[in-house]
Design a protein around this ligand. Structure first.
Ligand code: MF3
Ligand code: CO
Ligand code: CO
Length: 254
């Protein structure tokens, strides 16, 4: 592993193989949890299942204890934009829930999240989920030889802005990942005016836009974690960890 002039880690093939195994476990954990999402299940139960699944597969749930986070899984229901703390409230028909998993396997991290519908969900909220998923893929597909991080932000925000009634929550961003859950750089989902780094082979980072169908701002709940949209409109997020190969192509690891 070496660092470029912008302090972004550049990983060799062996490192990427290790990160990839961690990412595969994170993704498998989400597949498993998806099968457990239903009306009546509590987010605490999903958290327990998540922790057991990761430990049973030789990993460590990286969120637990991260800056004091109390659980293995972020469970963000309805108007919770992100960092929802699992609790004893059962999921209800019509809810949407984002599950965000970070696995540490042999000292390497994989980070991924998806939003799932619970029972029968309003069409507007199904639209929200589909727009959030597509926004992530638009960001991934924006990466070409010669791209800068700003090109991801341009593409994601242009896509979301084309959807009337939906907006990007700019307060949260993607990030480099590897030995640490959060590394340089910040991966913004909107453009900035100052110059950003070139995206180069060996870089490993997440793209994880959060889309709201109302307010683009959030407030933190008293638990110090749960971030809720100010107008309590629903929000949805998807996240992949990707790495950039020698041909400058984004490879989805999760
Ligand atoms: N998974 C989140 C991310 O996408 C981070 C979770 S914060 C934690 O970056 F405290 F829950 F770990
Ligand atoms: Co992340
Ligand atoms: Co995450």
């Amino acid at each position: 592993m070496k660092k470029n002039s912008f302090k972004i880690n550049v990983y060799d093939a062996g490192d990427v193989a290790s990160i990839s195994v961690a990412c595969k476990l994170a993704s498998k954990t989400l597949d498993y949890l998806e099968s457990q999402v239903r009306v009546g299940v509590t987010t605490k139960r999903l958290d327990e299942l998540c922790e057991k699944f990761i430990l049973d597969h030789g990993g460590i749930p990286a969120c637990k204890g991260y800056q004091g986070f109390p659980a293995s899984l972020c469970t963000s229901v309805n108007s919770v934009a992100c960092h929802g703390v699992p609790d004893d409230v059962p999921l209800q028909d019509g809810d949407i829930i984002n599950l965000d998993v970070v696995v540490n396997l042999n000292g390497w991290h994989g980070d991924t999240s998806r939003t799932f519908p619970v029972g029968t969900v309003a069409q507007r909220h199904l639209d929200l989920i589909n727009i959030a998923r597509k926004a992530m893929y638009v960001g991934i597909e924006a990466i070409k030889p010669g791209s800068r991080f700003n090109d991801i932000g341009i593409a994601v925000s242009r896509y979301i802005n084309s959807k009337k009634g939906f907006c990007l929550i700019k307060e949260f961003c993607g990030h480099g990942i590897g030995r640490q859950m959060h590394e340089e750089p910040l991966v913004l989902h909107f453009p900035i005016s100052k110059s950003t780094s070139l995206i180069e082979p060996g870089m490993c980072f997440t793209i994880e836009p959060i889309v709201s169908c109302g307010s683009s701002n959030t407030i933190q709940m008293k638990d110090g974690w749960t971030m809720v949209t100010t107008d309590r409109s629903f929000a949805s997020q998807f996240e992949h960890t990707i790495f950039i190969d020698e041909e400058y192509r984004p490879n989805i690891l999760t």
